[in-house]
Each structure stands twice: as structure tokens, then as C-alpha cells.
Write a protein that binds this ligand. Sequence first.
Ligand code: NDP
Length: 279
Amino acid sequence: MEIIDGKALAKNIRENLKKDIENLKENGIYPKLAVILVGNDKASQVYVRSKNKACAELGIDYEEILLDEKTTMDKLLKIIDELNERKDISGILLQSPIPEGLDINEAFRRISPSKDVDGFNPISIGKLCLNQDTFVSCTPYGIMKMFEAYNIDVKGKHAVIIGRSNIVGKPMSLILLNRDATITICHSKTKNLEEITKQADILIAAIGKKHFVTADMVKQGAVVIDVGINRTEAGIFGDVDFENVKNKTSYITPVPGGVGPMTVAMLMNNVVKAAKQAI
Ligand code: NDP
């Protein structure tokens, strides 16, 4: 069993990006990320802070647009339009969730595909579906980078993904399919979940329920990737019961220190990509 060290891997990616950014700046290109945060969601505030910190560390310019809970859809779209127009902004990120009553899909649709560093615009998702070059949403992209770094070949493997969200489960399944894995996507209506997960060579948990995946759901020797971030008073926990599952696996990611840091690193990667493409 080997624990995949997402923290170390993300550090390595950030160090390489830092050099890239220095070169870009020497050529007068200044990557800049704009983050829109609507409302007072506490977890979102934590995520936004970590994105700000990562930008500062790498020398990526950063602008935060804070909007109150009562923001209208018209105002949000107007702000996105302005950011789309601005030459100094390389990438735009709308932090989810946004308050009820606002249509996040319409907002994602409005972000220019050339600045869609989160990969949530339907054009980006469509391109991913067609296996064309695009901005890939950061969590699934980071997981693929983990597979590459640890020489985990996904070709022909049976990958089971628990969770079908637009930001994790669905894009994850598309990337794996593009890399020749065989995919099963499970969700809350899936019957006989355990029978399916036990067939997985690669099991990806993106559910949002602490320790949902237990040892009896995992095949001996499987690769287990834990996307879950469950905040409790006792700390942060993944969707996988790590201590009991780990000895059955060939590779496993911890929480914290697994997928989370990779997500932020891939966001930085996408901002740099956007800045280069804008040249
Ligand atoms: P969502 O709530 O959007 O999706 C959860 C998915 O889990 C849904 O598809 C849901 O099914 C499925 N699900 C819920 N209960 C069950 C069940 N009993 N059996 C099978 N499937 C079930 O969550 P996200 O995809 O946004 O996030 C998932 C987790 O990953 C969260 O903990 C989140 O905090 C974390 N996360 C971590 C990131 C990182 O960087 N590490 C980045 C993004 C998210 P259904 O569709 O039927 O409702």
C-alpha cells in the first residue's frame, strides 16, 4: 500500500508553475485570477482564501469580487461580462455555491470559455466530452495528475465513481473514459452499491459523507481516491474510512493532504494556461 502524497505533488507542480510565471512576466504577461464570491458561505470563504494564498505564493495577480447575499442575477451577469471584457484578467472563477434564487448554470455559461479556469462552462464540458483540448475542472484534472505521477495506468481499468456532480463526478468520468478506462458512475439511487464498488480497480469517492466507503466495499489491491471534504468539530474527514480501508488498497489518498491541494494547484495551472492562450 502506498499513500499518494497530494501535498508534495501539488508543491512540485506549484514550483514548476512559478518558473513558468517568472518567464511569462519577463515577456510582459501577468497572469491574473478574478474570484467572485456571492454570500457568506463559510466553507467557500476558506476555499477562496486558499486560492488567494496560492496565487500570492506563485506571483499570480488576484482580484476578489465580494457580493452580498441579495445580489441579483442581472448584477452577477454584468460583473461577469465586465471581467470577460477586461484584458488584464486571465481567468474567472465563480465560487460555488451561490445563494438560492441565483442560477449558477446561467452564470457559468456567461463566463467566457477562454477564461473558464474552473472548466464549468458547457463549452468546456462539451469539449471534454468530445476529448478536445479545454480547461478541465480542477479536481478531476488533479486526480489524473496523481495517476500520472504514481504511474497508475488507467487504460482498461474499471473505474467506479461514487457521485455524479457537475464539478467532480461527471468530469471525472469523462477524463477517465478519454484515457481508456471503463467507467461506472454511482449515485444515491444506485442499487447494490457495494457489489459495484467491489469490482472497482479504481474507486473514486465524491459523495460528501464522512467515512461512507468502508473496507467491505473495496476490492483487494484497488486504487482508492477520496475527494470528500467533511468538516466536523473533530476535524476534516474524507468520504473513505481511511484507517480501515488503506490496507486493502494498492494506492490511497489521505484527507487532508490528498486531492484538496491538487485541486488548487490545477487551478493555478489553468490560470497560467489561460494567460498563455490570451497572447
Ligand atoms: P454533491 O453533493 O454535488 O454530489 C454528491 C454526490 O454523491 C451526488 O451525485 C449524490 O447522488 C451522491 N450520493 C449522495 N449520497 C449517496 C449515497 N448514499 N450513495 C451513493 N451516492 C450518493 O457533491 P460534490 O461532488 O460537489 O462534492 C463531493 C465531496 O467532495 C464533498 O465532500 C465536497 O466537499 C468534496 N469536494 C472536494 C474537492 C477537493 O478539492 N478535494 C473539490 C470539490 C468537492 P445524487 O446525484 O443522486 O444526489
